[in-house]
Design a protein around this ligand. Structure first.
Ligand code: KG4
Ligand code: ZN
Length: 361
């Protein structure tokens, strides 16, 4: 058998990004194509599952060819193909999974079914060589969880959201403020325009759900309602950009405050489970919301105080991409964890099957 570093193609279609990437075992990303469907969904203010699935269908083959071209490769150079098989919008998941299975069947390659969330979690091993065990805050459009990554495939959920995901809260609040889709990045840009940060939070007081309580769970629906009340109380007519900037700023500060409190509890829990590690462990933040600079800074400061290593993937690898899927494929290929071609797509697929079942899981 060849000792050459293994090469895996990763396919991601679980939400509104069609993505294909080719990654080598040493962490070299040989190609990484991401086609966002923002234009398709913009008019609806959110992702429409049926439109997403059709758009994945329209583009997946072009992206697969493109990823091979960019890497200057053919299917013969691959050692395996990995595809997201859940959790996510099932129509879209099926498109990427079937494309991956078709390549595996026709090229006689191993197929690896990847959990999209594991993709986000293990990105820190691709980008920063994070060593197990590490603590992870996963904040995306569909998920808000704090997990301990004990090992590949061994995750312990310390906390999750009891209602809305943080990205969803960003997106819905942005929509209320008249900001375009996707709301998260737009809200961050507007918040940066706040001229009087000292008075913004006094002008727009917001609740900090679960802050100060035991545990690591989150709740964001009350925050969203408070945002609606503030927007509705603004003067009628066109919204004043200064009011919107102040409100966006207050929102971001509040979210940072809540995350800091919940992550502080998680760090204590992690250190009580692993009191005697020889080297500082990593605190990883991942998922689309991890692109937010204010949130990164808050978590970085907290992590340094706790003497852990702060790790956040570069912005392009925070949101959905194929490289994170290819990387999980590589990790599993090394462990010989290969799937058969009858593996099913899963709309729900918790990383910690033992965690208490909550509505959002
Ligand atoms: O991980 P991701 O790309 O897709 C999911 O798996 O959900 O995350 C998308 C989410 C969206 O809610 C988007 O608004 C949010 O990440 N997001 C941000 C920022 N960039 C993306 N939220 C806050 N600040 C940002 N800069
Ligand atoms: Zn994601």
């Amino acid at each position: 058998m060849s000792n050459a570093p293994k090469i895996v193609m990763g396919i991601e279609t679980s939400c509104d990004e069609t993505a294909v990437s080719i990654v080598r075992e040493d962490g070299e990303i040989l190609s990484n194509l991401v086609l966002s469907q923002i234009k398709e969904h913009k008019a609806f203010g959110g992702v429409v599952p049926e439109i997403a699935a059709r758009a994945h269908m329209d583009h997946i083959d072009t992206l697969i060819k493109g990823a091979l071209n960019d890497a200057n490769m053919t299917f013969k150079d691959l050692d395996a193909v990995a595809a997201t098989c859940g959790p996510g919008l099932i129509g879209g998941v099926m498109v990427g999974m079937m494309a991956g299975k078709a390549i595996a069947a026709s090229q006689n390659l191993p197929f690896i079914a990847v959990n999209h969330l594991e993709g986000h979690v293990l990105t820190a091993r691709l980008t920063h060589k994070a060593q197990f065990p590490f603590l992870v805050l996963l904040v995306s459009g569909g998920h808000t969880q704090i997990l301990i990554a004990h090992d590949i495939g061994k995750y312990q959920r310390l906390g999750t959201t009891l209602d809305d995901a943080l990205g969803e809260c960003f997106d819905k609040s942005a929509k209320l403020m008249g900001l375009g889709y996707p709301g998260g990045p737009n809200l961050e840009k507007i918040a940066a325009k706040c001229k009087d940060s000292a008075s913004a939070c006094l002008k727009y007081p917001l609740p900090t759900p679960l802050k100060g309580r035991k545990g690591c769970d989150f709740s964001f629906s009350g925050l969203k309602t408070a945002m609606r009340n503030h927007v509705e109380a603004l003067p009628e007519g066109d919204l004043d950009p200064n009011d919107i900037a102040d409100l966006a700023y207050a929102f971001q500060i509040t979210v940072g405050d809540v995350l800091k409190n919940r992550c502080q509890n998680a760090i204590s829990e992690f250190l009580s489970i692993y009191p005697d590690l020889p080297k500082p462990s990593a605190f990883v933040v991942c998922g689309g919301v991890a692109a937010n600079s204010h949130i990164r800074q808050i978590l970085k400061d907290l992590t340094h105080t706790a003497k852990m290593d702060f790790m956040a993937p570069p912005m392009t690898l925070c949101s959905d991409n194929g490289a994170m899927i290819a990387w999980v494929g590589l990790e599993k290929l090394k462990l010989n964890e290969i799937d058969t071609l009858d593996v099913a797509a899963r709309p729900r697929w918790p990383l910690d099957p033992n965690a208490e079942k909550l509505r959002r899981q």
